[in-house]
Ligand binder design. Structure first.
Ligand code: HEM
Length: 487
């Protein structure tokens, strides 16, 4: 009797689950309760994704419990969905962990009018502080000088590059949002950087998606989806940011806007009679937190990949150095104006970003209205995962995609080309808000390093590892590097 009831229940559930899949893009076997977890596994590895893509097509359906996740692979499908249906796929999932950690505020995880207002305020303000302009270039170059001073102190001995990369890039975003930089050994900064590092390196993005779609899991004993640990990390980060906000409140002068926090507080004053204003104190904390987190670890991780590829390819380094010497000289200061005159250096940076691909799944999007894509339904309420790997590692656009080959971006006239499929910053309305800052930082740091140092392996015998850690970002396993000053 019990067995028959059980069989009946399972059959009904299977049927319902199957019905739900009607019209959706195809996908692996979907079972009640667990969805496609058993058939598709938890792997985020490109080869596993490629297998699923080969079997089910560019757009396929995964299910966590009853939650529909649509995986989008390949440049064509991604552009068709993200650009053509932008009105329906620009939001973020309403139950994302990040949204909850930020009390529904911020930029990265918010949606609708709140997101629109806050993203546009952030872009406008950051532009006024020099995104893409000379004044910010000057600030970045100052940090480059300090960074190179730190490297020189190591006297050519091997050390973990991340030790100096993390505070250097955090300092650039700190200068923009807090109006100040920190010493590399500042205890408060280092606690926060350790926390961000741990958070980025250790999150399993699939477990996070599961936590996002099945939020009740966080109330179970233990910490299956890592939510409780993230809450602890967030407390540290917010404590740090709150102390900076307090410092600004104590010294605010609306006639002298020093940085992003001041600009936000000025906007709060301007909006004080607007009952629908989104410029709350919580929003200030959350957007500063988003800029700080998104702006520090991402670029530091990209430079880590650059160091690895440059150590492995001394001839590439030599060719870059020759180009830099010809254009800037051995002692001249690099500037963004040199960019168009350093095409080889530019394609090396492009290739590092293609292979480094530090955000292989971008940030999940939410489908706010049914989308008909080709003959399939991408249903309202689904989450959309953009697999940037599938574009950046596409063997048709980039033959032998795993090979480090900067020249693939160089045309016969020696110009940088082929950027259409180069989407490490994502695409569409949610494209990375810090793209122009990141591009400035990558250019100025990498050119300065190659101009001044030979970038060498720990020792001649050491083997380089290109193994990756897939967390919030995709980063290389920690490695040591030597910087030998040029004569
Ligand atoms: C090499 C460095 C970087 C890479 C590869 C990168 C990549 C990305 C990607 C893939 C997204 C998600 C796009 C999507 O949702 O479809 C994103 C979002 C974002 N990035 Fe970056 N990023 C980098 C550096 C930065 C920097 C320096 C900042 C600092 C201002 C920043 C701020 C943001 C913000 C605020 C968002 C959320 C935008 C939104 O939801 O509207 N990023 N980034």
């Amino acid at each position: 009797m019990i067995t028959s009831a059980l069989v009946l229940c399972v059959t009904v559930l299977c049927f319902k689950t199957y019905r739900r899949r009607q019209g959706l893009p195809p996908g692996p076997l979907c079972l009640p309760f667990v969805g496609t977890l058993l058939s598709a596994g938890l792997s985020q590895h490109p080869t596993d994704i490629a297998k699923l893509r080969k079997k089910y097509g560019d757009v396929y359906t995964l299910m966590f419990g009853s939650k529909v996740i649509i995986m989008v692979t390949g440049s064509e499908a991604m552009r068709e969905i993200i650009i053509k249906h932008a009105d329906s796929v620009t939001d973020r999932p309403p139950v994302s962990q990040m949204l909850q950690l930020n009390n529904g505020c911020g930029i990265i995880a918010t949606s609708g009018e709140l997101w629109k207002q806050q993203r546009s305020f952030a872009l406008k303000t950051l532009r006024s502080f020099g995104f893409g302009k000379r004044c910010l270039e000057h600030q970045i170059l100052q940090e480059v000088e300090i960074f190179m001073g730190e490297i020189t102190k190591r006297g050519g001995e091997p050390f973990y590059a991340k030790e100096v990369l993390s505070p250097a890039f955090a300092n650039i975003i700190c200068s923009i949002v807090f109006g100040k930089r920190f010493e590399y050994n500042d205890e408060r900064l280092n606690i926060v950087l350790r926390v961000i590092n741990l958070d980025f390196a250790k999150i399993n993005i699939v477990l996070r998606m599961i936590g996002m779609t099945l939020p009740w899991l966080r109330h179970l004993p233990g910490d299956i989806t890592g939510f409780k640990q993230r809450m602890r990390y967030e407390t540290e980060i917010k404590f740090f940011i709150n102390s900076e906000i307090q410092r600004h409140k104590d010294s605010f002068d609306e006639n002298e806007i020093r940085d992003y926090i001041d600009a936000f507080m000025l906007e709060q004053i301007r909006e004080k009679n607007n009952a629908n204003s989104t410029f709350s104190d919580q929003q200030l904390l959350a957007s500063v937190r988003d800029l700080f987190i998104a702006g520090s670890e991402t670029t530091a991780t990209t430079i880590s990949w650059a160091l690895l590829y440059l150590m492995a390819n001394p001839s590439v380094q030599n060719r870059m150095r020759k180009e830099i010497d010809d254009v800037i000289g051995k002692t001249g200061k690099p500037s963004l104006e040199h960019k168009s005159k350093l095409p080889y250096c530019e394609v090396v940076i492009t290739e590092v970003q293609r292979l480094g691909n530090i955000a292989p799944f971008a940030v999940p999007h939410h489908v706010s209205d049914d989308v008909i894509w080709r003959d399939f339904l991408i249903p309202k309420g689904a989450s959309l995962m953009l697999n940037l790997d599938s574009v950046l590692m596409d063997p048709i656009t980039f033959p032998s995609p795993e090979k480090f080959d900067p020249e693939r971006f160089l045309n016969e006239e020696g110009k940088c080309v082929g950027q259409n499929s180069f989407i490490p910053f994502g695409l569409g309305r949610r494209v990375c808000l810090g793209e122009s800052l990141a591009r400035m930082e990558l250019f100025l740091f990498i050119i300065s390093l190659v101009q001044n140092f030979e970038i060498l392996k720990e020792n001649d015998q050491s083997e380089l590892s290109f193994e990756e850690i897939r967390g919030g970002t995709r980063s290389p396993v920690p490695f040591k590097v030597r910087f030998k000053p040029r004569n």
